[in-house]
Design a binder for this molecule. Structure first.
Ligand code: ZN
Length: 136
């Protein structure tokens, strides 16, 4: 894995949290995007080489809605950037990690993503992401 690409933070009100993180980080959100498959609205901030992703549920089936019901607002996942997500998923499966997604899917911010089950990673939800480049 190359680096921590972003930290995902579950929030109840993305408008309020966007304003909050703008003052906290001293920089505006550079992208807001809805991901229909996950029922979330996301908002991204650049912090040096990493990013912060705010996530708000758009309906009650959203994983973010369930997360906030259970644990409240807060850090939801850590996303690691990888060169080849398929290869990395195979490697982790062989290592015995539980995968939520066997195959990568389209995520926010022009990326292929997949999640590992937090039960296998000390309660931390791990996201793998691979930038989609022009050549792909
Ligand atoms: Zn993420």
């Amino acid at each position: 894995m190359k680096k921590i690409e972003h930290l995902g933070i579950a929030v109840k009100d993305i408008d309020m949290s966007e304003t909050l993180f703008e003052s906290l980080l001293g920089t505006p959100s550079y992208k807001r995007e809805e991901v229909g498959s996950e029922s979330v609205i996301t908002s991204f901030f650049k912090v040096g080489d990493s990013k912060i992703e705010l996530l708000q549920a758009t309906d009650e089936k959203s994983p973010i809605h369930k997360f906030i019901e259970k644990k409240g607002e807060g850090i939801h996942h850590i996303a690691f950037e990888v060169d080849n997500i398929e290869v990395e998923l195979k490697r982790l499966k062989n290592e015995g990690f539980r995968l939520i997604h066997e195959k990568p899917k389209m995520g926010a911010d022009n990326k292929l993503i997949a999640f590992l089950h937090p039960k296998g990673t000390n309660g931390v939800l791990i996201e793998l992401c691979q930038e989609i480049t022009e050549e792909d």
